[in-house]
Design a protein around this ligand. Structure first.
Ligand code: PLP
Length: 343
């Protein structure tokens, strides 16, 4: 094989700025809800940028030039890590899987275009076994799925530090009136989905015993199964072993067809009324409607699942201002909102 000479870019010059952008949501008072717009980071990679940067710092400190990744070929994890690592000068080996070999996607193209070597299998188990075999004799960093590795924290901690400052500044600019009588001592809530749970655990660790409460929302699995893995995950991420209070992990209520209330939200700024739709709407339609009302595109698996219940909750009861972390991943799903071009 003809190896490209190894010249990692200086990350300080290659990396785009990754500013923390906090925005309000049309129809909601700033004092109730704001979005942390990680979706606006380049390529829609979202918070994966922060994690990948952390891994790169680890690779540089340990003079590792080669990395072995594995994961779903259509997912944001593999697309972002492959792209960012390749563009930073690392040699990138990829073991991927897809459940539908005929499907082609934005993420898949990023993975294909940025891996030096790539094998793709039709099921996850085979891909994992191949990765395990390769890992044994790999002369570089063999990164577990979702990038679960202590190196992530170098990128995430600086993010939490800066975010904490921004949230504190924001809290000084308004006063919040709770709509729930429930006593609560927290000044603000940061809410995010739990995929692997790495981002949540990092935030939980950072904000532990601070006035900012971190909440995680289950999307892929149940709270029970995830909580059983919590301690092991904290270990693999190099975090402290701290039990998670159960009430900080939320589950999305099952779609209850009986409660088809049409939620109306008053836009305090221009007095127009914005409707976020009937609960019975398909989630794709709901994402489109939310985009039309807010210019924010949600991603169907994560944000698209949790934002509707979040809006409902804000309308009904709320204990503190909520800062919702939109972790990106939406570009893969632009077809939700783009008009089909005529043939
Ligand atoms: C990776 C990802 C998540 C979940 O992050 P974890 O740290 O694995 O829990 C959520 N949303 C999007 C868009 C992601 O790409």
């Amino acid at each position: 094989m003809n190896l490209v000479p190894f010249h990692p870019f200086d990350t300080s010059t290659f990396f785009p700025e990754l500013p923390i952008q906090i925005s309000e949501v049309p129809g909601f008072a700033t004092s109730t809800l704001q979005f942390i717009r990680e979706d606006k980071l380049p390529f829609g990679f979202g918070t994966k940028w922060r994690k990948a940067l952390g891994i790169i710092q680890f690779l540089k400190e340990n003079e590792i030039q080669r990395i072995l990744l594995w994961g779903a070929i259509h997912g944001n994890y593999l697309a972002s890590f492959t792209t960012i690592l390749r563009r930073s000068g690392f040699f990138v080996d990829v073991v991927a899987y897809t459940r539908d070999p005929n499907l082609h996607s934005y993420n898949e193209r990023l993975v294909r275009g940025h891996s030096h070597t790539l094998v793709c299998y039709a099921n996850r188990k085979t891909a994992y076994e191949v990765w395990l075999q390769k890992e044994k004799k790999y002369s570089g960093l063999a990164l577990p799925e979702f990038g679960i590795h202590p190196g992530q924290k170098y990128g995430l901690i600086s993010f939490w530090m800066e975010l904490e400052k921004k949230i504190k500044d924001s809290l000084n600019s308004f006063s919040f009136v709770p709509t729930s009588a429930e006593f609560h001592s927290h000044e603000a809530i940061i809410r995010m989905e739990i995929g692997s749970g790495a981002t949540f655990l990092s935030a939980f660790d950072y904000f532990y015993e601070s006035p900012i409460l971190v909440q995680g929302v289950m999307v892929g699995e149940t709270k029970e199964t995830w909580l059983q893995k919590r301690e092991e995950l904290q270990k693999q991420l190099g975090l402290r072993n701290i039990p998670i209070p159960r009430e900080q992990i939320l589950e999305i209520p099952k779609n209850n067809e009986k409660s088809q209330t049409h939620i109306q939200f008053d836009n305090h700024l221009n007095k127009t009324s914005i409707s976020f739709g009937k609960q019975s709407k398909s989630s794709k339609d709901w994402i489109r409607e939310f985009y039309r009302n807010t210019n924010i595109l949600l991603e169907p698996i994560y944000s698209g699942m949790t934002v509707k219940p979040l809006l409902r909750e804000i309308n009904e009861k709320q204990i503190a201002p909520i800062f919702y972390l939109h972790q990106g991943g939406q570009i893969q799903h632009l077809d939700l909102i783009l008009e089909k071009s005529p043939k």
